[in-house]
Design a protein around this ligand. Structure first.
Ligand code: IPE
Ligand code: IPE
Ligand code: MG
Length: 234
């Protein structure tokens, strides 16, 4: 495959954990555990295939509507994951958290800030983790930051353009989003990267996230490579 046929930035909607567990007569959190394993492997697959950056949707602003025990199960997986990356000293991956960390438990929030700070100069790969993330909330946050700068006189409303908004999104230091992959058979974005998705290619797959393999990733990238991206041109 030619290099421009490889997406620079892929967004993954890691969906289908609950149904995967249910099919096996297991509790939903068993599915999340398996899903977390695939998440870790998927970072390696992306690196092996030459992708520069991937953002993983791990917990949405709407996922707070789930039962308490499911939420605490997901948060404990996150704690385990943070410990894991701390142990791998040879890491060349930069971690960027998308979403409002302050609503997470304080230990998780502090550890995530620490991970982001310690990995800020890693250049091998960028992994975004969307946690308590919502695309609408992200745009509202940017609007508030802009409004503050207008009120303080730092900028005037005429200065507001797409570039200014983009610089205030969580993805400001990532390459443009080229591709979104959603397994599980659902065909919607569920509030994931809605601004950034404006010209991303969307690939929906029936496989449930815990069953997602490197082959599935390759076939999504092949589909991406075969698409004709026009960006409004001809
Ligand atoms: C995605 O899997 C993981 C999170 C939203 C945290 P789900 O838990 O949504 O799995 P399904 O959609 O119920 O199968
Ligand atoms: C989207 O999946 C959120 C994550 C994968 C973290 P959901 O399972 O929450 O989405 P809906 O409810 O089916 O739209
Ligand atoms: Mg789901």
């Amino acid at each position: 495959m030619e290099d421009n046929r490889i997406p620079r930035h892929i967004g993954f909607i890691m969906d289908g954990n609950g149904r995967w567990a249910k099919k096996r007569g297991m509790p939903r959190n068993y599915g999340h555990t398996k899903g977390a394993d695939v998440f870790k492997k998927c970072i390696d697959w992306c690196k092996e295939l030459g992708v520069e950056c991937a953002t993983f949707y791990a917990f949405s602003t709407e996922n707070w509507n789930r039962p308490k025990d499911e939420i605490s199960g997901i948060m404990n997986l996150l704690r385990r994951y943070i410990k894991d990356i701390r142990k791998t000293a040879d890491n060349d991956t930069r971690i960027i958290v998308l979403g409002d960390k302050s609503r997470l438990d304080k230990d998780i929030c502090d550890d995530l800030i620490d991970l982001e700070e310690k990995s800020v100069n890693n250049r091998g790969f960028t992994a975004g983790i969307a946690l308590n993330y919502g695309g609408r909330a992200e745009i509202v946050r940017a609007a508030q930051l802009i409004a503050n700068d207008c009120v303080s006189g730092k900028i005037s409303p005429e200065d507001i353009d797409e570039e200014l908004v983009e610089n205030l999104l969580y993805t400001s230091e990532m390459p443009p989003l080229d591709l979104i992959i959603r397994p599980s058979g659902e065909k919607r974005l569920s509030n994931f990267l809605i601004w950034q998705a404006a010209y991303a290619e969307l690939v929906f797959m029936d496989v449930l996230w815990p069953d997602f393999t490197k082959k599935d990733l390759q076939s999504a990238i092949e589909e991406f490579a075969a698409r004709n991206r026009r960006f409004g041109g001809i």
